[in-house]
Design a protein around this ligand. Structure first.
Ligand code: IMP
Length: 171
């Protein structure tokens, strides 16, 4: 696979949209403390930008997930040390594709971490690939059914450092 020539979302478009999501979150939580729970590694740039655009009491937690190769299961590899119980938690994700990872994480956090509330912020949504319906409370952009990379998203660990979002295609 090689990097496509085109760009889906420029750095400026991403920054503008992340700013809009931050405003929406600020309005919805009206000064209540929140925890942004980011899914590693793809959501690192999104988390870093989003957290700096939200004013108020914002804490962070990190979770690393493994999406199984059969595409049907997900599991947790790593969780940082922040107590989520009784807190307003927003899961921060790079992309919701099949929905399997998010479905698993929502059920797991509800059952094991007892948050006061649980919402989802995903920079990208690829609805054509969805197998499981999951709630998306804050959504940056809808993308076509391509393998997108950049701004945290990788293809075999490559391209996460691109400041814009593009896609890969066959050589
Ligand atoms: P799911 O299919 O919704 O469970 O997505 C699982 C994970 O696969 C996402 O969190 C991403 O890290 C990764 N992923 C899904 N689609 C893409 C893509 O188009 N580009 C890069 N990573 C992706």
């Amino acid at each position: 696979m090689k990097l496509a020539q085109g760009i889906l979302f420029t750095e400026a478009q991403i920054q503008k949209r992340v700013g809009e999501l931050a405003k929406q979150i600020e309005r919805d939580y009206a000064g209540e403390p929140i925890v942004l729970c980011a899914i590693l590694k793809g959501s690192i740039p999104f988390l870093a930008d989003l957290m700096r655009k939200i004013h108020g009491d914002v804490r962070i937690a990190l979770i690393e997930m493994k999406s199984q190769i059969d595409g049907k299961h997900a599991s947790i590899l790593f969780t940082s040390s922040l107590d989520l119980s009784g807190r307003h938690v927003i899961i921060v994700e790079d992309i919701v594709d099949t929905g399997i990872t998010m479905d698993y994480l929502l059920k797991h956090l509800e059952a094991e971490r007892a948050p006061a509330s649980l919402k989802v912020a995903s920079l990208l949504d690829k609805p054509e690939a969805r197998h499981l319906e999951v709630p998306l409370h804050y959504r940056g952009f809808v993308v076509p059914d391509k393998f997108v990379v950049g701004y945290g998203l990788d293809y075999n660990e490559q391209y996460r450092n691109l400041p814009y979002i593009t896609w890969v295609e066959p050589e």
